[in-house]
Design a protein around this ligand. Structure first.
Ligand SMILES: Cc1ncc(COP(=O)(O)O)c(C=O)c1O
Length: 441
């Protein structure tokens, strides 16, 4: 058996080996391709906007590791920072100067972040924010939104999006009913529903948590006034407002979406981009709240690898590049080119397609009209998306392997690549759908 990088084996063989020792063959459910069919891919390399599979297929990548890789794969400056930090020692479990610089940088780039605690994943960031909200308010209940995903902490798996939608599960087994009972779920973009919950239960609500741009039921942007309305509702009942910016942080500008749209949450969860491809999460916000965390306050939180020097080095390098190079206008142009190109190509062939987009983030929805909440996006044709995914894969383009996810354009994508992708889509819309087993030529 090969133990190296897969030469001599194809993705199918690796998946068969994986299935014997890893549940479902994957370490995160959506990677199993259950929503789109076909064999999951095995990748050996990424460079810029492209990934290479074990078979040697080169694909234009719109997954970007589910969001962290806004600069593309293996950006030289980030790799150099990782190398340098790793050579000095991968972890100490003792404070390092880099984590202070990183926290200072985050607080300087996000105007309302007065203090920040580093963790190792988005899930941990959310878990900490919720515990802090409960610890600070002395209340237990949480309002969340249908189709928003906040990681796999127990209480956030109620009506969650992402892989749970793909699997057709509205919730997970193993979550105690008592935990689920503390979560109120409202439709996204529905302020009236939130106001009704607040009217009935407001005095017990610790926090309202929301993805300020929903990215785990496909892309669903907030309607004007929605986020500001949540701010008002939270204030009215004395709950904290938590923005889960694990996807949106540093995605649309060198700061959070909250800072860009002018709505200030009490706590912010970060992840993905701030780790530059390595495992980093963060929770930050008002000083009076953050100082309730241990060791200053009674709300406990800890982590063996929190503030890991190598991960923080990757994050620092990434944020410095983003602030220096400001790729955001270019991402907006590439996003527009892709969404307009796909929509026009579909229209020419009489294919009903709505491409939701914000900056360089997009989701093609087939056969669906509106998309302001989960109930509406679930009207879309997921089989048509699966065929689109397979057809585009066969033409060298790797999209999100589920309808209910978003695609990410990186600073390494070029107008020429986007033009190639649109050309491939036009060809695909004019051709019959490929079989699930079809692979890149
Ligand atoms: C909005 C949001 N919050 C939290 C998480 C959980 O982050 P992680 O997978 O790093 O635990 C995700 C993951 O996709 C996410 O999209």
């Amino acid at each position: 058996m090969s133990t190296t990088n897969g030469r001599g084996n194809d993705s199918k063989t690796w998946f068969e080996r994986a299935c014997r020792v890893i549940p479902g063959g994957v370490n995160s459910p959506v990677r199993a391709f259950q929503a789109v069919g076909g064999e999951p891919l095995y990748v050996v390399k990424g460079s810029g906007a492209r990934i290479t599979t074990v078979e040697g297929w080169e694909l234009i990548d719109f997954c970007g590791s589910w969001g962290p890789l806004i600069l593309g794969h293996a950006r030289e400056e980030v790799v150099a920072a990782i190398r340098e930090a790793a050579a000095e020692g991968a972890t100490f479990g003792i404070n390092t100067p880099r984590e202070v610089e990183f926290a200072e940088l985050l607080c300087s780039l996000i105007p309302y972040l007065e203090m920040v605690r580093l963790v190792s994943s988005g899930t941990e960031a959310v878990m900490t924010a919720l515990r802090l909200a409960r610890g600070c308010t002395g209340r237990q209940k949480i309002i969340k939104f249908d189709g928003c995903y906040h990681g796999h902490t127990d209480c956030m798996l109620v009506a969650a999006g992402s892989g749970l939608l793909t699997g057709g599960l509205s919730s997970s087994a193993g979550v105690s009913p008592a935990v689920a009972a503390e979560i109120f779920v409202a439709p996204y973009n529905d302020l009236a529903a939130v106001q009704e919950i607040v009217r009935r239960e407001g005095r017990d609500v610790a926090a309202i948590i929301v993805e300020p741009v929903a990215g785990n039921m496909g892309l669903v942007p907030p309607e004007p006034g929605f986020l500001a309305g949540l701010r008002v509702s939270a204030d009215r009942c004395g709950a904290l407002l938590i923005f889960d910016e694990v996807i949106t942080g540093f995605r649309f500008g060198p700061t959070t979406y909250g800072a860009l749209c002018g709505v200030t949450p009490d706590l912010t969860c970060l992840g993905k981009i701030i780790g530059g491809g390595l495992p980093v999460g963060a929770v930050g916000g008002r000083r009076d709240l953050m100082t309730r965390l241990a060791p200053l306050g009674p709300v406990y939180q800890a982590g063996t690898l929190s503030g890991n020097p190598v991960a923080v080095a990757a994050g620092l390098a990434t944020l410095r590049i983003l602030t220096r190079e400001q790729p955001y206008p270019a991402l907006e142009r590439l996003g527009a080119q892709l969404a307009e190109g796909l929509t026009a190509a579909a229209r020419e062939q009489g294919v009903a397609l709505r491409c939701a987009r914000l900056g360089g983030v997009f989701t093609p929805f087939f056969g669906a009209g509106a998309g302001r909440n989960l109930a509406e996006v679930k009207q879309c044709d997921t089989q048509r998306y699966a065929a689109f995914f397979r057809g585009m894969l066969a033409r060298g383009c790797y999209l999100a392997p589920s309808q209910f996810e978003v695609g990410f354009i990186s600073a390494a994508h070029t107008p020429e690549m986007i033009a190639d992708v649109v050309r491939a889509a036009r060809e695909l819309f004019a051709a019959p759908a490929p079989a699930p087993s079809e692979r890149p030529a």
